[in-house]
Design a protein around this ligand. Structure first.
Ligand code: GAP
Length: 453
């Protein structure tokens, strides 16, 4: 795996990810997705939706609001409990998560410590920045982004940007039941922005204040929750290893100890990835029990439960949740698939993305400028065949053009040459094997479909 600084530089140079607000000197930990990064991010979302929603029985889409009634966050526990323990160094003014500092100092069961206990532990440590031992007390810092509402109504004065997309699903449970009447078990998935006022954002796009989540809430009978937990564990493993082709040696499960579970969960597995900076959480699988539906039933005027059509049993469904950050996934995918190969004593970058993720699927290259017009006609024809994103590349030697496409992960380059005019054939070059095959123009689409991996 390449080093983090090489990956960051590569992603900027090739037009995937730029520092946010770049021309104004940037904004710490904010990133913009360039022409290739925007497509890659979108391809990840589409592939997740296909795998976890469209190809599953009884799983539905949702697109709920980012700004919700504050009562949602009171009921969900986010206003009271969604916080990190914060501590400042009084000497250098550096701010830290107290639990992170203690974990780095090998303290055990840190997440179970009270604020007083955390403060006691911190007071024994030196500041990693200035080496002084001059700390504030540890205090809770709520991670939700608070905004003020323009409406003059005290109750609506404080509103928040959602810190997870999941609550949008829970508060629409009744709407979904009343309108499309799904039979249990069923799932609701959604993709959307989430915001957290992280105390220590960082490690490139790993932890940011604004990110996209891919979340699936699967509602089932409480007795079946373990079965569906196992099912989604298997689906996640398969998605990571078979669909995204991430190496098994870079993935491990961390079974979150009972004492460290989030307030809504009775069982959580964090799937960790070996990022260039070390092992860290890539995504989570949790048994959220009936916590969310019950708490929203208590706080709203609605009973969020179901009645079994046969046994007439009345119950609150359990929820199995898979939750992934798109940016973390993108970071893992690029770290896994970006390689350096040596050809003729020369180092070359190659991004060996699965076909479904590649930002550009096909590049059309006229062998020389003289046949550019004819090659462009082929390009226009293929654009209409919906095989995926296609670009036209001219100028420079064909070898150089191949290498440039390898660098950005384009699986196929089609070369139109002088013979193409007569024999109506082109040469298709495959990124990973470098194999070149002569293919009839009419059979290009079938060839790509058969060889896309
Ligand atoms: N609904 C459950 C939930 O939000 P979480 O463990 O807090 O659980 C789920 O977050 C996933 O969202 C994480 O595994 C990670 O992939 C992503 N994520 C969370 N905070 C993030 C941040 N600040 N920046 C980028 N991704 C983040």
């Amino acid at each position: 795996m390449k080093e983090q600084k090489e990956i960051v530089a590569y992603l900027k140079d090739k037009g995937f990810i730029y520092p946010g607000s770049d021309i104004y000197g940037g904004l710490a930990n904010s990133w913009d997705y360039g022409p290739l990064g925007a497509i890659l991010k979108d391809n990840i979302k589409q592939l997740w939706k296909k795998t976890f929603i469209d190809e599953q029985h009884n799983v539905f889409h949702l697109d709920s609001s980012i700004i919700l009634n504050s009562k949602v966050w009171k009921a969900s526990g986010h206003i009271d409990r969604f916080s990190d323990p914060l501590v400042d160094c009084k000497s250098c003014k550096q701010r830290y998560r107290a639990d992170d500092l203690l974990k780095q100092a090998n303290h055990k069961n840190v997440s179970t410590l009270s604020l007083e206990e955390l403060t006691k532990g911190i007071n024994k440590l030196q500041c990693p920045n200035c080496s002084k031992q001059n700390w504030t007390n540890v205090r809770e810092f709520n991670l939700m982004f608070k905004m003020s509402n323009s409406k003059i109504n005290l109750n609506d004065d404080e509103i928040y940007l959602r810190p997870e997309t999941a609550q949008g699903v829970f508060i629409n449970f009744k709407n979904i039941m009343d309108t499309i009447s799904p039979k249990l078990p069923f799932g609701v998935g959604q993709v959307g922005k989430a915001f957290r006022n992280e105390v220590t954002p960082g490690n490139f796009i790993f932890r940011t204040k604004e990110f996209d989540q891919l979340e699936l809430e699967f509602f089932c009978h409480p007795n079946d929750a373990n079965k569906w937990f196992k099912f989604y564990n298997h689906e996640i493993q398969s998605f990571l290893k078979n669909t995204l082709n991430l190496k098994s040696k870079y993935i491990k499960e961390f079974h979150v100890p009972t004492k460290e579970l989030a307030h809504y969960s009775t069982k959580t597995i964090d799937f960790e990835f070996k990022f260039p900076f070390g092992w860290a959480e890539l995504l989570g699988l949790a048994n959220r029990t009936d916590y969310d539906l019950k708490t929203h039933s208590e706080h709203s005027n609605d009973e969020l439960l179901v009645i079994d059509p046969i046994t007439k049993e009345k119950y609150t469904p359990y929820v199995i949740e898979t939750s992934i950050g798109v940016e973390r996934l993108l970071f893992a995918i690029v770290s896994n698939h970006l390689k350096t190969i040596i050809v003729d004593d020369e180092e070359r970058d190659i991004l060996q993305l699965p076909f479904a993720l590649a930002p550009i699927k096909i590049a059309i290259a006229p062998l020389t400028n003289k046949i550019e017009k004819q090659a462009f006609k082929l390009y226009e024809k293929l654009l209409k065949d919906s095989i995926g994103s296609i670009i036209f590349i001219k100028g420079g030697s064909i070898g150089k053009r191949y290498r440039k496409q390898d660098q950005i992960g384009t699986p196929f380059v089609i070369t139109y040459d002088f013979d193409s005019q007569q024999d109506h054939q082109v040469t298709i070059r495959e990124r990973d094997s470098k194999k070149q095959t002569r293919v009839k123009i009419d059979e290009i689409t079938t060839f790509i479909q058969n060889h896309a991996k």
